[in-house]
Design a protein around this ligand. Structure first.
Ligand code: PLZ
Length: 439
C-alpha cells in the first residue's frame, strides 16, 4: 500500500502568487461555465492532495487547515480508502440498495449503530449528503411522533435543500431570495457563552411558550455550531435540552455532520457531555472523501416508518460504503481520535495565547481538532468580519488554507486533517499568528 508521503511531499511550497497563473486561467474558464452562485473560498485548482498538503496546478503546496470542510479527517486519498474503493469499483458500482442489497451498506450501518452514543438498540440508513440526512431525520421524527413542528437554533446550519435552508439560521448567503421556506420550522436561542446569551432557561422558555412542547416533533441541534462559528454551548446546555426533550416526547436530533466522525476527539461531539440523542445525522468525513451520509436513531422510532417510506437511488452507494468502512478502519488503526485530541491541545494552546495577548481575538474555542478564533473590534465584542477576511487572505497568500465561519462572518476556523504531520501543524499556526498580529 502506497503511503501518503510517497504520493504528496509533506512540505509547504509557494512557487507563484496564490492563486498562480494556471489556476487563474482555470478560474476564468470556470467562471464562464459555472454560475457565480456556487462560491469559491480560494481559486487554486487542485492537482493532488494527501496528509496535510494540497498541491495545486502551479506546483504550490498549501497546508490544509480545511479538510474540505471537515470531510477528509482521515486525509485525502487515504491509502485504505483508495484500496477499498479500487477493489469495489471493479466488482460493481451500483445496484440501488432498495433494488438488490449488498453487504457494505449493512456493515456501515452496523458500525454506526455500535458507535453512536447510547447502549440502546439502533437502526441506520444511508443517504448521499448532509442535507439529505437532516431531511430524513425530520421525516422520521414527524412520522414517529405524529407532530409537525421542528425547532432549530440561532447559528444553526443544516444544508441547502428546502428543509435544510429552512432550519438554517443565517440569511446571507444561504436563504436570501430562496423563500418561501418550509412551514412549521421554529427557531430558539443557542447557548453563546462569549456573549452570555441563550441560557438554557431562555431556550426552554422559547420552546414552551412560542411553539408548545406537544406540537414539537423534534429539535435539530448541532452539539457545536459549525458554520455558525464553532460556538461551543455552555456546559449543561445540551444535556439540559436533552432532558427537556425526553420529558416531553420530543425527538432530539443531533446534527453531527461537521462535528462527528472523530473530529472533536470522540466519535461524536455529544459524548463530551454524555448526551444521548434519539437520532444522529452523520455525513462529511464518514465517507473518507466520498459522498455518503447517515441517519442513526433509536430502533423504536426508526422502525415505525412504513416500507418504502425512506430511501433514494444513490443512498449508500457501494463505492461510498467501501470508502466509509476503510475510513472507520483508518481512524482506528491510526488512533486518530487520540490524534484529534492532541491536535486540539496544540491548536488551543497557541490560539489561546493569541487571544490573551491580542484584544482583537475575543476568544479561542473548540473541541479536539475543531477550533476557531473569533475576531472583534476595539470594544471587545462587535464582530469584525473584515478582520476575519484579512486574516484568511493573508494565510492564503502564504500557502495556508483556512476557512472563515460565523453568523457574522468574523470567525476563522481550523479543521486540519487528523493525519497532518506535527511540523505542518506548527508551521500553519505560525502563519496564522503572523496574519492575526499583522497591523
Ligand atoms: N449540517 C452541521 O455543517 C454542511 C456547508 C458548505 P451537505 N456544512 C458545509 C456550504 O456552504 O454549503 C453541513 C453541516 C451541518 C448539515 C450540513 C449539510 O451538509 O453535505 O453540504 O448537504
Amino acid at each position: 500500500m502506497k503511503t501518503t508521503t510517497d504520493r504528496v511531499p509533506q512540505n509547504r511550497l509557494v512557487r507563484t502568487e496564490i492563486p498562480g497563473p494556471r489556476s487563474r486561467e482555470l478560474m476564468a474558464r470556470r467562471n464562464t461555465a459555472i454560475p457565480a452562485g456556487v462560491g469559491t473560498t480560494l481559486g487554486v485548482f487542485v492537482a493532488r492532495a494527501g496528509g496535510g498538503i494540497i498541491e495545486d496546478v502551479d506546483g504550490n503546496r498549501l497546508i490544509d487547515f480545511a479538510s474540505g470542510i471537515s470531510v477528509t479527517n482521515v486525509g485525502n486519498s487515504a491509502p485504505r480508502v483508495v484500496a477499498a474503493v479500487t477493489e469495489q469499483v471493479e466488482l460493481f458500482t451500483h445496484t440501488c440498495f432498495q433494488v438488490t442489497p449488498y453487504l457494505g451498506y449493512v456493515e456501515v450501518c452496523e458500525r454506526l449503530n455500535q458507535l453512536a452514543p447510547g447502549a440502546h438498540e439502533k437502526r441506520t440508513f444511508l443517504m448521499n449528503s448532509g442535507a439529505e440526512a437532516v431531511e430524513n431525520a425530520v421525516k422520521v421524527a414527524r412520522y414517529a411522533t405524529g407532530r409537525s413542528a421542528v425547532v432549530a437554533f440561532d447559528h444553526g446550519f443544516h444544508g441547502r435543500t428546502l428543509m435544510g435552508m429552512s432550519l438554517t439560521g443565517k440569511a446571507m448567503p444561504y436563504k436570501q431570495g430562496f423563500g418561501p421556506f418550509a412551514p412549521e420550522v421554529y427557531r430558539a436561542p443557542y447557548s453563546d457563552p462569549l456573549r452570555g446569551t441563550g441560557k438554557l432557561a431562555q431556550t426552554i422558555d422559547t420552546l414552551e411558550t412560542m411553539v408548545g412542547a406537544a406540537s414539537i416533533a423534534c429539535v435539530v441541534v448541532e452539539p457545536i455550531a459549525g458554520e455558525g462559528g464553532f460556538v461551543v454551548p455552555e456546559p449543561g446546555w445540551l444535556p439540559g435540552l436533552a432532558q427537556w426533550c425526553a420529558a416531553h416526547g420530543v425527538v432530539l436530533v443531533a446534527d453531527e455532520i461537521q462535528s462527528g466522525f472523530g473530529r472533536t476527539g470522540t466519535w461524536f461531539a455529544c459524548e463530551h457531555e454524555g448526551v444521548v440523542p434519539d437520532i444522529v445525522t452523520t455525513a462529511k468525513s464518514l465517507g473518507g472523501g466520498l459522498p455518503i451520509s447517515a441517519v442513526t436513531g433509536r430502533a423504536d422510532l426508526m422502525d415505525k416508518v412504513h416500507p418504502g417510506g425512506l430511501g433514494g437511488t444513490f443512498g449508500g452507494n457501494p463505492l461510498a460504503c467501501a470508502a466509509a468502512l476503510a475510513a472507520f478502519d483508518t481512524m482506528e488503526t491510526e488512533s486518530l481520535l487520540e490524534r484529534a485530541r492532541r491536535i486540539g491541545t496544540v491548536m488551543l494552546d497557541r490560539l489561546g495565547a493569541m487571544a490573551a495577548s491580542n484584544p482583537a481575538v475575543a476568544e479561542a474555542r473548540g473541541r479536539g481538532a475543531m477550533v476557531a478564533i473569533e475576531l472583534v473590534g476595539p470594544d471587545g465584542t462587535t464582530p469584525d468580519k473584515g478582520a476575519a477576511a484579512r486574516v484568511a487572505a493573508a494565510c492564503h497568500a502564504q500557502g495556508l488554507l483556512v476557512l472563515s465561519a460565523g453568523t457574522y462572518g468574523n470567525v476563522v476556523r481550523l479543521l486540519p486533517p487528523l493525519v497532518i504531520p506535527d511540523d505542518l501543524l506548527d508551521e500553519g499556526l505560525g502563519i496564522l499568528e503572523a496574519a492575526v498580529s499583522a497591523p
